[in-house]
Ligand binder design. Structure first.
Ligand SMILES: [Zn+2]
Ligand SMILES: [Zn+2]
Length: 168
């Protein structure tokens, strides 16, 4: 197993979050977590994880057990990583920005951990059988793709709703 430190874009500091996959082969320490959870309701996230995606970002992270990590290039601009032994999902990486969003469920989170939902995206693809009770900004796929373009990322045409479309 190798240990790697990777710098991410800096943001507001929460504290170090420590987590690991189900089997323990992969451990992640997230430094400077920004205290916000990004929720994605797109159909790719649903198929990948069974329901919505909830990810946290930080300023940097330490990764142990890289040899156990498998990455899947799910679209032109995204990579999704998981533990090859236990299948735990680890992160979604937005490739154009080299931006990692780690699965919130990996981390040990005491009840007082000040995390809150930053936004819910692709709400137009959210299934009808649940709603998250917390109030948060809600954005459709078209809105979030427009935001990414405004930020300077070329993501191609708005996605069609099928299995082959790229994800944001
Ligand atoms: Zn594992
Ligand atoms: Zn998604």
């Amino acid at each position: 197993m190798s240990d790697t430190t990777i710098d991410l874009s800096s943001g507001a500091v929460l504290r170090k979050l420590e987590g690991h996959c189900l089997c323990g082969a992969v451990s992640i320490a997230l430094h400077g977590a920004n205290g916000e959870v990004d929720v994605c309701h797109c159909t790719m996230c649903q198929r990948w994880g069974g329901s919505f995606f909830g990810g946290v970002q930080g300023a940097a992270f330490d990764l142990s057990g890289r040899a156990s990590v498998t990455s899947y290039r799910s679209s032109e601009w995204a990579e999704r990583a998981f533990c090859k032994t236990c299948g735990s999902h680890l992160w979604f990486r937005f490739i154009p920005a080299d931006h990692y969003s780690f699965l919130t469920g990996l981390f040990e989170l005491p009840a007082d951990t000040p995390l809150q939902i930053k936004q819910q995206i692709f709400v137009d693809e959210k299934p009808a059988w649940f709603d998250l009770a917390q109030s948060s900004p809600m954005k459709t796929g078209a809105q979030i793709i427009a935001e990414a373009k405004t930020a300077g990322f070329e993501l191609g045409n708005p996605p069609a709703k099928d299995d082959d479309r790229p994800d944001a």
